[in-house]
Design a binder for this molecule. Structure first.
Ligand code: SF4
Length: 363
């Protein structure tokens, strides 16, 4: 494997919240809509319940439906678009989101949208990416504490240290990083396009930050030498190869598909490895009878809602940061136009170059 080094300790804690900004002034508060469960709400949301009835019990719907109706009404009033990551819960992903996908798909939608307001149902670095690509738009995140262990594992100073240590070696940064880290990078990547990005640089050596396991996975697929960092996803690093072997022993026909943020011995047990978007496509195309999705637990619920004939085994590792986003917080976000994401324009300008260079790579 041509990976030649991995540097750096992980850091603790969540991102420092940027200062509050002007959205609340430009968009005055509206009254909180009524949240009663009644016949009008039932009628207006019946088609949405159809989408998720296999994964959300009927008894829970009277709680969700009033929020869903209120959010969808208010979204129109505010001229807002809701982007939701594949790890969001089914009632968010299927019932209020305008666009869903992995980090790359959401970044592309953020770049294309004509809406004046973007509500990011995902984690903070995703909302920052949307703001970097849309400096004149209002970007809201329903809970700014929605962080990411990978984004927290590295700082801009660490990237500068690596650039000084390896002069002339291009730096590829996973989108799961802060705007400051992106600003120090040559190009960003996601788990969908990491290999393509690394090979696009025409260099025999690349610094790949900050996910050590994704770096190892890319290194196993390319002759480019990879210099890595020791950042890990706290969700994917919890899966073990033993756990997957026990699934296979109990049902030899079961299919196992894994995200490349998992440790290498976990990936070795998988029938397929890919980003969340690629995992979904794999299940859509192959329609296995039974499948283990080795990634954040909610994604299996979302694919199950679409493909009820496939049986999903869910090793239930939840991302605590993704799970901070809830329907009540999304509604609050639209009523009060909070929490607005702010990125320093100088940082945003440099980070935009790295993100846009990735977006414009030919697939
Ligand atoms: S699943 Fe892992 S990489 Fe994704 S947001 Fe959560 S901690 Fe970060």
């Amino acid at each position: 494997m041509p990976m030649i080094a991995a540097f750096g300790p992980s850091r603790e804690g969540l991102p420092v919240a940027p200062a509050a900004a002007s959205a609340a002034r430009r968009y005055p508060d509206v009254a909180m809509p009524p949240l009663d469960w009644n016949e009008d709400v039932a009628r207006a949301t019946a088609h949405l319940y159809e989408r998720i009835k296999t994964v959300v019990p009927a008894i829970e719907w009277p709680f969700f439906a009033p929020y869903i109706k209120a959010i969808n009404d208010l979204k129109k009033q505010r001229g807002a678009v809701i982007l939701a990551h594949n790890y969001q819960t089914p009632e968010i992903y299927n019932c209020v989101a305008d666009f869903v996908g992995d980090s790359l798909q959401l970044a592309r939608e953020a770049a294309k949208t004509k809406a004046g307001v973007i509500v990011q149902c995902g984690v903070h670095f995703m909302a920052e990416t949307a703001k970097i690509l849309n400096p004149d738009k209002v970007v809201l995140i329903p809970d700014r504490r929605a962080g990411c262990s990978l984004a927290q594992s590295i700082t801009a100073e660490d990237v500068r240290m690596l650039r000084d240590s390896f002069p002339g070696v291009p730096i590829v940064t996973y989108v799961n990083t802060s705007a400051e880290v992106k600003a120090e990078s040559d190009i960003c990547c996601t788990s969908s396009n990491a290999l393509q990005v690394v090979e696009s640089l025409g260099s025999d050596k690349v610094i790949f930050l900050p996910d050590e396991y994704l770096a190892k996975y890319v290194a196993s697929q390319t002759s480019v030498k990879i210099i890595a960092w020791k950042g890990h996803c706290e969700v994917h690093e919890r899966f073990t190869a033993d756990e997957l072997r026990s699934y296979r022993e109990s049902d030899p026909s079961i299919k196992i598909i894994a995200h490349p943020e998992c440790p290498p011995d976990v990936i070795e047990e998988a029938d397929f490895t890919g980003s969340t978007a690629h995992m979904i496509d794999w299940v859509r195309e192959r329609r296995p009878r039974r499948v283990v999705m080795v990634t954040e637990c909610s994604m299996a619920d979302n694919v199950q809602a679409e493909l009820p004939d496939v049986q999903f085994v869910r090793p239930c590792n939840l991302c605590p940061h993704m799970k901070r986003i809830t329907l009540p917080k999304i509604l609050d976000s639209l009523v009060h136009m909070q929490e607005e994401v702010v990125v320093d324009p100088l940082i945003a300008g440099k980070a935009r170059r790295a993100v846009e260079r990735m977006i414009h790579l030919k697939s």
